[in-house]
Design a protein around this ligand. Structure first.
Ligand code: GLU
Length: 285
């Protein structure tokens, strides 16, 4: 078993991250497997070295160790570019010049009043730029995956989920992704940075990840990752989406919930086993 914890260094880790990291580490240990650390720092504006340093300190304090060095996504751009070229070679990628306002306007025009459909990445792209040739890409354009063409190439997708929320084998007719997901962004507008789905799927494949353990908020993104794996000829790992840690109001913790930053618990004199108690994880053996 090879699994990974993949934080983005865009803020302090909070109790939810601590739970994810400890659970992933515990599951790997129980299976006598390996847990890798991956720093998802492709968002160059929001990723900061100070957050990466704090992540390393927090994880060490929690008693979690990883094979060195961690994979830092910003150091592997050529791997993502190669994947993008493969998808482009299949005729599945097109440049998109739409910004958020354009997408909103295109979606609100025909069905006045009705709420536009959303998917794992928010509003489902209306397809305004679909079919534009790659050669017409201007600096600042995003790159999108033509999901209906992609769906026609793979037909059905399937993956095994072992987490508590949706356990079992999931078989998805790829055509449904046209409506439930839409043409996902592979490289972002303005910066050209490789987007999360392509980067994470590439890394999982290249790092030989056999089990993806992460929060249940990413369950709906999994079908995109399985689609990309199929298009790239990569194996599909087993997925385990764990419950999310919520605040007293039942809201899941976000990066801005600094009050629950691991570093603050540390500074307050809490111990790693106190944190394990707080999230109902058995103490480390
Ligand atoms: N970097 C993502 C996050 O911090 C995790 C992605 C994943 O585990 O696939 O939410």
């Amino acid at each position: 078993m090879i699994t990974r914890f993949a934080p983005s260094p865009t803020g302090p880790l909070h109790l939810g991250h601590a739970y994810s990291a400890m659970l992933t580490h515990d599951m790997a240990k129980a299976a006598k497997g390996t847990c890798l650390l991956r720093i998802e720092d492709l968002d160059r504006e929001r990723s900061k070295p100070k957050w990466e340093t704090l992540i390393a300190e927090d994880l060490a304090w929690l008693g979690l160790a990883w094979p060195d060095p961690p994979r830092r996504q910003s150091e592997h751009i050529s791997d993502y570019t190669r994947a993008l070229e493969h998808l482009s070679g299949l005729g599945l990628v097109y440049p998109c010049r739409c910004n958020r306002a354009d997408i909103r306007a295109a979606l609100s025009a025909p069905q006045e009043g009705a709420l536009p459909a959303t998917g794992p990445d928010g509003l489902i792209y209306p397809g305004t730029c679909r079919g534009r040739p790659l050669a017409e890409r201007s600096p600042g354009d995003a790159l999108r995956l033509d999901i209906s063409k992609a769906a026609a190439m793979v037909e059905t997708l399937s993956f095994t989920e072992t987490g508590p929320c949706h356990p079992g084998t999931h078989t998805i007719d790829a055509k449904t992704l046209v409506f439930s997901v839409g043409d996902v962004v592979l490289a972002r507008r303005a910066t050209g940075a490789i987007a999360y789905h392509l980067a994470a799927s590439t890394d999982d494949a290249l790092q030989g990840v056999t089990h993806v353990i992460r929060g249940e908020d990413l369950f709906d993104a999994t079908q995109i990752h399985v689609l990309l794996q199929r298009l790239m000829g990569w194996p599909t790992p087993v997925y385990h989406h764990h419950r999310l840690i919520r605040d007293e109001q039942g809201k899941r913790l976000a990066k801005r919930d600094d009050a629950r930053a691991i570093s603050l618990y540390r500074a307050d004199g809490a111990s790693p086993s106190d944190l394990r108690d707080m999230v109902n994880l058995p103490s480390a053996s």
